[in-house]
Design a protein around this ligand. Structure first.
Ligand code: NAD
Length: 428
């Protein structure tokens, strides 16, 4: 969002154009899918704590709903732009389609910085956003969720406003709610565990036992920690993690060659996923520069922090031993780096597949809310494993059959499913 020269929507459209070529889509289908079906721009007046009034700008974009209600998060960010939201909505359509859940793609945003708003003011922004959009959203049309700088509490305020307007209980309107208030068990683990379900399947294909592998991870937040948790449960060894240091305003890597201790590192990590350097040193970790995570002599790399982290400038630093890259983050690999990785025949598990565990579990949350019956955590994670494993199998089989890169195969499946749904409905 911060880099003005980078337009996420142009990148998303360029990716789509490439896949449209591979699928040989007709012109009408291309015209339909390279733009969003609907987008709403709203103004949200809020009375601030000091008595003044402020107007916040917000958006909701519904990229495509041919396969089911639009689904996607709402972010609060001071630099939010409509083009970022448009791109993210399109990516949600493909992500839901690749894991074959009956949902389309949407995304929302409000230009604001929650750090500078009181809880009451944030609540007013949430309620105001829903008041402006309640006619255009709902459990059967468009279902929001948390995203950058929005939490379970924000979701609950939004749900409360929506139910007040509609005059009925509709917990399927929004996901990411607190457990006990319609949230699903297993959502916290879902994205990280989903990443490892796909790694496990890739290792099976490569005929490598997980216990003989090592990994290096960028990030130590929600996705990274749960990915490490499950990877260690299948006997993999993580030797390096990295994170952002708020005080120094730079990133560091933390290495222990005989394997990091997850519980120990969690114990010295703040809620933003920042590890305490001094304490890590005391515990015997080597403190290395931020980019060191990429240069480790490991079998698996898991970028799980930010977008645009493996680039033309550093892709050559990836060691010869690396066999798998599993993209926990959204868009961590630049197109140039991606081409170099494809050329080296590293097994890429692309973001839209690798990190789809989160949205899959959000779909489970909606299903449970609609039934008003909630599953145990093991049941949620078991169903997640089934979904992720079959999505992986479909993508990998197509990649082998057509001799194409895993990312292309994932896009071909996703875009193909959405195009088919549009055709079957008679839209194009
Ligand atoms: P998080 O905020 O919990 O953790 C982010 C981690 O990245 C932190 O440890 C932070 O210190 C680290 N980090 C930030 N900048 C860094 C840098 N320059 N170098 C190294 N580390 C850095 O976030 P998260 O929920 O774990 O999400 C991580 C990524 O996964 C994001 O791209 C997000 O969009 C994507 N994602 C998350 C989910 C989910 O369910 N949480 C689902 C799909 C995709």
């Amino acid at each position: 969002m911060a880099d003005k020269s980078f337009n996420a929507f142009e990148m998303a459209q360029a990716q789509f154009d490439r896949v449209a070529g591979l699928l040989d889509l007709d012109e009408a289908t291309r015209q339909l899918l390279r733009y969003n079906l609907r987008e709403y721009h709203v103004s949200i007046p809020v009375r601030m704590d000091d008595g003044s009034h402020k107007v916040f700008r917000g958006f909701r974009v519904q990229h495509n709903d041919a396969r089911g209600p639009a689904k996607g998060g709402i972010r609060f960010h001071p630099m939010e732009t409509i083009d970022t939201v448009r791109a993210l909505a399109m990516w949600m359509t493909w992500k839901c389609a690749v894991v074959d859940i009956p949902l389309g793609g949407g995304k929302g945003g409000v230009i604001c910085d929650p750090h500078h708003l009181s809880m009451r003011e944030q609540e007013q922004v949430c309620r105001g956003w829903v008041r402006q959009l309640s006619k255009n959203m709902g459990p059967l049309t468009d279902v929001p969720a948390p995203d950058v700088m929005t939490s379970a509490q924000h979701m609950l305020w939004m749900l409360d406003e929506f139910e007040t307007i509609r005059g009925e209980k509709l917990p399927g309107f929004i996901t990411g709610k607190p457990v006990g208030m319609g949230g699903s068990l297993g959502r916290t683990e879902a994205t990280g565990f989903g990443v490892v379900f796909t790694i496990r399947e890739a290792l099976k294909e490569l005929n490598i036992p997980p216990s003989e592998t090592t990994a290096s991870v960028q990030g130590f937040g929600n996705v990274a920690q749960y990915a490490i948790d499950l990877y260690q449960q299948i006997w993999g060894k993580v030797v390096c993690v990295s994170c952002w240091d708020q005080t120094d305003q730079t990133s560091y890597s933390f290495r222990k060659k005989n394997g990091i201790d997850l519980a120990e590192l969690r114990g010295i990590t703040d809620r933003f996923g920042g590890i305490d350097k001094a304490k890590a040193k005391e515990l015997g970790y080597e403190i290395l520069p931020g980019e060191a995570w990429l240069e480790q002599d490991v079998d698996i790399l898991i970028p799980a922090a930010l977008e645009n982290q493996i680039t033309a400038a550093n892709v050559k630093k990836i060691g010869d031993r690396v066999k798998i890259i599993a993209e926990g983050a959204n868009g961590p690999t630049s197109p140039e780096a991606d081409a170099a990785i494809a050329k080296r025949k590293i097994f890429m598990i692309p973001d839209l597949l690798a990190n789809a565990g989160g949205v899959t579990c959000s779909y489970f949350e909606q299903v449970q809310c609609n039934m008003n019956y909630f599953w145990e955590k093991d049941e949620v994670l078991g169903k997640l494993d089934v979904k992720m494993t079959s999505a992986f199998a479909a993508v990998s089989e197509l990649a082998k059959k057509r001799g194409i890169y895993m990312r292309d195969a994932a896009y071909v499946i996703a875009v193909g499913r959405v195009a088919r749904a549009c055709k079957d409905r008679g839209w194009v």
